[in-house]
Each structure stands twice: as structure tokens, then as C-alpha cells.
Write a protein that binds this ligand. Structure first.
Ligand code: APR
Length: 242
């Protein structure tokens, strides 16, 4: 398959499913988890900041880490890649589904609506006691930990941590959408973290086309229909605006 074929496949597809990872937010300047671990944070292992054990041991430390990442995200803006996906959703009307591994909330801010956030969302918190989910206050007004508006309990970052399960309904919806897709796009993900990375195979196994957009080769590349070696925004523009 070449670019012209990929472009017509996307144009003609009645059902499109998209998976995004950290790469689509790179052009918004959002650091990956590992890139954000600079300075004082460099001495921690990821599991010391992003696991139920870490939160049990030292909730203030875990919240300090997430409050910093929340501030980074709120200072950033969605980029042309996020915008193009919101446009693709409007073009495909009902036949569109987006699953993201990102926790930065930028897809929703760009206007994507049929969206599941498989790894949670940095801009919300979840009550330890009653599971209520609520938006965090604006960064300038935010002193962690947030308190549940419903029951007064302490709230935790609404993130899927190491050792935790992905939200079951979100994963099932993604799996169904990838299985039904004529075309799937895999954008800006290294394809190493399962089960998200396995979504591409749901589409391939049922005869659909899977197109990757990533400047680098990934674990998934050898198995996909076509790979565009471009950044997310340039790759999407090449596919959608030809
Ligand atoms: N456009 C598109 N892709 C890009 C860009 C860009 N501008 N810049 C970098 N990339 C690609 C990289 O080549 C890499 O393949 O984005 C990918 C990012 O890979 P990871 O950092 O592994 O991010 P991701 O795949 O989202 O990780 C999955 O792992 O760290 C955990 O839970 C975290 O959700 C995350 C999950």
C-alpha cells in the first residue's frame, strides 16, 4: 500500500478507529512520563510515583508529581494533529471512534467527542471513598489533595497506575470499534504497552486496513498495512488533505 492508497482507504472508510499515544501531544510540548522525570523527580522509579502502593505510602508526594504534570498540561494547547482528528470525527459522522493512551485531555479540548481515555485523565480526580470523578480546580486555585464534592473524602489522581486494570467499559468499546473498523489509524505510540497496542490486530484480523503515523519504526510497524514516517500533524494532513 502507498500513500495514495492509504488516502483513498481513509476517504472511503465508513468506520474509522484511531489509537493515539504520547507522540500526538509531542507537538504541544507535553513531556512523556519519563521526560517529565527531571531534576528532583529523576531519583524516583516510575512505580514510586504512579502506583497504588506509592499513593498508599506517600499521597502528598504522588499528588505533588501529578499537580506538576497537570500544570504543564493546562499551560499547553492542542495542536494541528488533535484538531485534524476532531475534524475527521465530524467528517465520518457516526463512523468514528478514538481511543487514547494519553492522560493530558488535549483531544477533548480540541473537540473530539467519541473518545475513551484508556489510561485516565490528569485533569480530573476520583474519590478514594465514593469513586466520584470531578474536574480539578484551575491550576492557580489548586492545592492538593482535592476533596470530594459529594462525600468529603480524599480524591486521587484519575489515572490508571502500574498494576491497575484499564477501565473495562472503555476497553470493550475500543475493542468493538477496532474490530468493526474498515480503517484504523495508530498515531504516535510505540506500541509496547498492552492491551492498547493489541487494538490494531482486532482490525487486521477482520480484514481492515491499519495505517501508522510515527516518525520512527515501532514494534507494530512490520505487521501493519502502511506506515507514514511523519509527525502526527504532518501525517494526518498528508492523509486527509491530499
Ligand atoms: N508525531 C507522532 N509520533 C511521534 C512524534 C510526533 N511528533 N514524536 C514522537 N513520536 C512517537 C515516538 O516515535 C514513539 O513511538 O511517539 C511514540 C511515543 O512512545 P511512548 O513514549 O512509548 O508513548 P506511548 O506509546 O503513548 O506509551 C504508552 O506507556 O508510558 C506508558 O502509560 C504510559 O500511556 C503511556 C503508555
Amino acid at each position: 500500500m502507498n500513500l495514495a492508497d492509504a488516502r483513498s482507504a481513509l476517504r472511503d472508510a465508513r468506520r474509522v478507529a484511531v489509537l493515539t499515544g504520547a507522540g500526538i501531544s509531542a507537538e504541544s510540548g507535553i513531556p512523556t512520563f519519563r521526560d517529565a522525570q527531571q531534576g528532583l523527580w529523576a531519583r524516583f522509579k516510575p512505580e514510586d510515583l504512579a502506583s497504588p502502593d506509592a499513593y498508599f505510602r506517600d499521597p502528598a508526594l504522588v499528588w505533588e508529581w501529578y499537580a506538576g504534570r497537570y500544570r504543564d498540561v493546562m499551560a499547553a494547547q492542542p495542536n494541528a494533529g488533535h484538531d485534524l482528528l476532531a475534524r475527521l470525527e465530524r467528517q465520518k459522522e457516526g463512523g468514528y471512534f478514538l481511543a487514547t493512551q494519553n492522560v493530558d485531555g488535549l483531544h477533548a479540548r480540541a473537540g473530539s467527542e467519541k473518545l475513551v481515555e484508556l489510561h485516565g485523565n490528569l485533569t480530573t480526580a476520583r474519590c478514594d471513598v465514593c469513586s466520584q470523578v470531578d474536574d480539578l480546580p484551575a491550576p492557580a486555585d489548586f492545592t492538593p489533595p482535592p476533596v470530594c464534592p459529594r462525600c468529603g473524602g480524599r480524591m486521587r489522581p484519575n489515572i490508571v497506575w502500574f498494576g491497575e486494570f484499564l477501565p473495562e467499559q472503555a476497553l470493550e468499546a475500543a475493542s468493538d470499534a477496532f474490530a468493526a473498523a474498515d480503517v484504523a489509524l495508530i498515531i504516535g505510540t510505540s506500541g509496547m504497552v498492552y492491551p492498547a497496542a493489541g487494538l490494531a490486530f482486532e482490525t487486521l484480523e477482520r480484514g481492515g486496513t491499519v495505517i501508522e503515523i510515527n516518525p520512527d519504526e515501532t514494534e507494530l510497524t512490520p505487521r501493519l498495512s502502511f506506515s507514514l514516517r511523519e509527525t502526527a500533524s504532518r501525517g494526518l494532513a498528508a492523509l486527509m488533505e491530499g
